[in-house]
Write a protein that binds this ligand. Structure first.
Ligand code: PHE
Length: 457
């Protein structure tokens, strides 16, 4: 099996799972939320959720993915039938695979923006000249860009095609190779940038902000935001980790891979917060949430630093690489879904998906210009899709927990996590994970899902 070109190598699997986790969510969404919800307290709750629910769901998804194996849709249906369990759970598994399509519909648009900022910073369309680079200049750049439909749409299509080109090559030659190359590079640039940020005079206040925890400010909104962010940034509840582990070797140590993925996925969030927040403090800017932080405040900071355009280009390069390692994982899910459901080759599905994504990103991109009136409820379609998929991730994360602990017999899950007895699972930690995933996670996640739904109205 190990020579099968569609099976991950051990390191490749860890890197691909981590690559999926590390994405725009960590760079674009997390620091903005740290800003919005009060620094260290938010991070503390976010990490706590990653280490409990995050780890629990991730290992559940790894276990069922590998147990069901390559034909995991069919196999899951058979397992449900063998055990007399309701077929509806199968529908849950299939539906979870739709989430990445909706995520990509808006994620690709942000990728398009980042692509512009990268090339614009490198070639001068975005200026980092200290006299030009005022807050209103950067606001103008951003507002001008997102309203420029033709430009953004062209860039979005470039990103779609780049993603498809990697996925076309398959799991090992495409996804795994890309991650081998991109992730180490991303880390190196990130570390260099953090050092630069932390050595700015006045950065200390930002560091203190990131590490100060005040339990009295923890409220429902903060918990819901941290919950959604942790599922999004670990890529759980989206079918990705199931799809990846269904293509992993039987000796892969699932528990360790889950721990590394959480550590890398959540760890990068700490890194990017350490990069962004202290720099914002050093310059005394407002620590505002949303896209303004990455696309306006940060460029403004770069403008005030020597070699600002180099730093800016590197920063947006990191974003591009992180985005690409996530889009290839997101793209893989509908690829698996449609190739299995319609019995088509990977290559054919990858090409058809280009058509699908070019079509749906049209609407998302245009929602910032000529379709700006389009709304669903009180939200524009971009925000609506983000909110909807956040909710879907938690719901399908819950479905994964139920699959791993209620629908598949415990002995099979034990077999997977121990890799057929290769690793010891007769431990308290294993029991802790199993019972947490079986009883605690479903109850608490159900309550949280209600709160998330309530927060939408
Ligand atoms: N984890 C990715 C990020 O943080 C996004 C993502 C979400 C990828 C869900 C896959 C599934 O950007």
């Amino acid at each position: 099996m190990s020579n099968n070109s569609q099976e991950f190598s051990k390191l490749g699997f860890v890197l691909s799972a981590a690559g999926s986790a590390i994405g725009l969510g960590n760079i674009w969404r997390l620091p903005a939320q740290v800003a919005q919800y009060g620094g260290g307290t938010y991070l503390f709750v976010y990490f706590a959720i990653c280490l409990t629910f995050g780890l629990s769901v991730l290992l559940a998804e790894f276990a069922i993915g590998r147990y069901f194996g390559e034909n995991y849709f069919n196999r899951s249906k058979e397992v449900l039938a063998e055990n007399n369990k309701p077929k509806a759970w199968y529908a849950g598994l299939v539906l979870s695979h739709v989430t990445p399509i909706i995520i990509l519909s808006f994620y690709f648009v942000v990728c398009g923006w980042v692509l512009y900022y990268f090339f614009g910073s490198l070639f001068g369309q975005v200026s980092y000249n200290a006299t030009v680079g005022t807050p209103s200049y950067y606001e103008g750049v951003f507002v001008g860009l997102i309203g420029n439909f033709k430009l953004v749409y062209a860039l979005v299509i470039v990103f779609i095609v780049a993603t498809a080109a990697i996925n076309y090559r398959g799991v090992t030659a495409g996804i795994e190779k890309a991650n081998f190359l991109l992730l180490p590079l991303l880390f190196i640039i990130l570390v260099v940038m953090i050092i630069r940020s932390l050595t700015l005079p006045g950065a200390g206040a930002g560091v203190a902000y990131i590490f100060s925890i005040d339990f009295s400010v923890i409220n429902k909104e903060l918990i819901i935001a941290a919950l959604k962010q942790s599922f999004f940034s670990l890529s759980i509840g989206s079918g990705i980790m199931i799809a990846f582990s269904s293509a992993s070797g039987k000796t892969m140590h699932l528990r360790n891979t889950a721990i590394y993925t959480v550590a890398l996925g959540a760890g990068v969030g700490l890194f990017t917060s350490l990069l962004i927040v202290p720099a914002v403090f050093a310059f005394g800017y407002d620590l505002n949430g949303g896209p303004a932080l990455t696309f306006m405040t940060l460029p403004n900071i770069f403008a005030n630093l020597p070699f600002g355009f180099v730093l800016a280009s590197l920063f947006f390069l990191v974003m591009l690489m992180a985005a690409l390692t996530s889009t290839i994982s997101l793209y893989e899910v509908p690829t698996q879904l449609f190739s299995k459901v319609f019995n088509l080759s990977r290559q054919k599905v990858v090409l058809w998906l280009i058509v699908l994504f070019v079509a749906i990103t049209f609407v998302q991109t245009a929602s910032f210009s000529f379709l700006s009136n389009l709304s669903i409820g009180k939200l524009g379609i971009f925000d609506f899709s983000a909110n909807l998929t956040d909710l879907m991730l938690v719901i399908f994360g819950l479905v994964s927990c139920i699959f791993a602990t209620w629908l598949v017999a415990g002995k099979y899950i034990k077999n997977e996590v121990s890799s057929n007895g290769l690793y010891n699972v007769e431990t308290t930690n294993y029991k802790l994970w199993y019972y947490f995933t079986k009883f605690v996670a479903p109850v608490i996640l159900t309550v949280l899902i209600f709160l998330v739904v309530q927060s939408l109205f």
